[in-house]
Design a binder for this molecule. Structure first.
Ligand code: ADP
Ligand code: MG
Length: 355
C-alpha cells in the first residue's frame, strides 16, 4: 500500500442510552450505551436479530433512535442528516451502481456534492486513482461491477466509502457474502488499512473469530442490549455471562446449584463442588473443552469415544445423563473407550440462571 492522503483526525463516538422499537414487540435496541475511542477498531458482535444493523444505521443517520443521545466527534447528531455526518458506510451486499465504471462508482460521493464543495474534476480523478491503488485494484478503474469478483467489489465499495474522507467508517458484515479464504485475507488487509488511515471504525459481524482477529475491543450484543465490551482476550478469558462465554468459543454447560460459595453439578452428587462467588440458587457451570481435566481411574465419567483433533485429543465422555466433549493434551493420557475417569471442573465459571 502507498501512503494515505492526509485527512481529518479520527473521532470519538458516544452512544448514550439509545432505545429503538419498531412497532410493537420487543425493542431492537434497549438502553445501549457505548464509548468508542478515536482511532479505535470496534467490532459489534452478536447473533442475527440482536440489533447490530439497527445500531449502525442510527450512527449513520439512516435510522433514528426513539430516545438517547449520539455524539460523533463531540458533536450531537440530533438533526444532523446522514450526508453531513462525514461517515463512510459499507454494506454486506455490494451496493455498487452497475451502470457505472469502478472509477465513477468511487467518485460518486464527490461528484454529487454541490459545486462549491466539490473538488475539481482532475482532483477527483487523482483521488479516485490513489484510493484504488491503495485498495490494490488500481488497474480495474475502467471495469464495471459485473466484471469483478466478490472480493474486488467489496474493495470498490470500501474505496467509495473512503473517497469522501470520512473520519468514521461503518462496516455492516462487509465480507459476509465472500468465501472463507477471501474473507480471511480481507480481514488482515482491512485492519491494516484502518491503522494506516487513522480512522475510527465500527465493524458489524456475527462471526466471533472475525471480531477477535480484527478488533481492538468487541461489544457483544444480545436482544438489543450490550452484554459486555472488552478486548478480545478479556472477553475470551473472563466472559461476564454464560451467553458471552458460549458465544466467544466452544464451551460446555452443566446445570448446577449454588449454596455456601460452591456449585454442585445437578444429578452428580459425587462431583467435587466448584468454588464460586456466584449468588445462591440455580446456576450453570460453563467451561471450555480444554479446561476440563480428565483423570484415569475410578470416577463418575465414562469414555464414549476418542479421536485426534489437531494437537489435542478429543474425548467424548458420558457424565450423568449427558455427553460432553473434552480436549486433552496428546501426551497426557490415552483413554480407551469404556474406561472410567475422574473429571475436574474447577476451571468452570459459574453464572446465575435468572428465575
Ligand atoms: P442484526 O443486524 O443484529 O441481525 P437488526 O438490527 O437487523 O439485527 O434487527 C434487530 C431487530 O429489529 C430484529 O428483531 C429485526 O427484526 C427488527 N428490525 C430491524 N429493522 C426493522 C424494520 N425496518 N422494521 C421492523 N423491524 C425491524
Ligand atoms: Mg444485520
Amino acid at each position: 500500500m502507498t501512503g494515505p492522503a492526509p485527512r481529518a483526525p479520527a473521532v470519538p463516538v458516544e452512544i448514550r442510552d439509545i432505545r429503538k422499537r419498531f412497532g410493537g414487540g420487543t425493542p431492537a435496541l434497549d438502553a445501549v450505551t457505548l464509548s468508542i475511542r478515536p482511532g479505535e477498531f470496534l467490532a459489534l458482535l452478536g447473533p442475527s436479530g440482536s440489533g447490530k444493523t439497527t445500531l449502525l444505521r442510527i450512527l449513520a443517520g439512516l435510522e433514528f433512535a426513539d430516545s438517547g443521545a449520539l455524539l460523533i466527534g463531540g458533536r450531537s447528531m440530533r438533526n444532523v442528516p446522514a450526508r453531513e455526518r462525514g461517515i463512510g458506510f459499507v454494506f454486506q451486499q455490494y451496493a455498487l451502481f452497475r451502470h457505472m465504471s469502478v472509477g465513477r462508482n468511487v467518485a460518486f460521493g464527490l461528484d454529487v456534492r454541490p459545486r462549491s464543495a466539490r473538488p475539481a474534476a482532475a482532483e477527483i480523478r487523482r483521488r479516485v486513482q490513489a484510493l484504488l491503488d491503495l485498495m490494490e485494484i488500481g488497474h480495474l478503474i475502467d471495469r464495471y461491477p459485473d466484471q469483478l469478483s466478490g472480493g474486488q467489489r467489496q474493495r470498490v465499495a470500501l474505496a467509495r466509502a473512503l473517497a469522501i474522507e470520512p473520519s468514521l467508517l461503518l462496516l455492516d458484515e462487509p465480507f459476509g457474502a465472500l468465501d472463507a479464504k477471501v474473507r480471511k485475507s480481507l480481514r488482515i488487509w482491512l485492519r491494516k488499512l484502518h491503522d494506516q488511515m487513522g480512522l475510527t471504525s465500527v465493524f458489524v459481524t456475527h462471526d466471533q473469530a472475525e471480531a477477535m482477529e480484527m478488533a481492538d475491543r468487541i461489544a457483544v450484543l444480545r436482544d438489543g442490549r450490550i452484554e459486555q465490551v472488552d478486548t478480545p482476550a478479556t472477553l475470551y478469558a473472563e466472559p461476564a455471562s454464560a451467553f458471552v462465554h458460549d458465544f466467544m468459543g466452544e464451551s460446555v454447560s452443566l446445570p448446577c446449584t449454588v449454596r455456601d460459595g460452591a456449585a454442585s453439578v445437578d444429578g452428580l452428587a459425587d462431583m467435587p463442588p466448584i468454588p464460586t462467588d456466584c449468588r445462591p440458587g440455580p446456576a450453570v457451570a460453563v467451561v471450555r473443552p480444554h479446561e476440563i481435566g480428565l483423570r484415569p481411574g475410578p470416577g463418575p465419567a465414562r469414555v464414549l469415544a476418542c479421536q485426534i483433533a489437531g494437537p489435542m485429543r478429543r474425548v467424548l465422555i458420558g457424565l450423568g445423563a449427558h455427553e460432553y466433549d473434552v480436549l486433552v493434551a496428546l501426551d497426557a493420557w490415552s483413554p480407551g473407550v469404556g474406561d472410567n475417569c475422574g473429571v475436574d471442573l474447577s476451571r468452570a465459571r459459574v453464572y446465575p440462571v435468572s428465575q
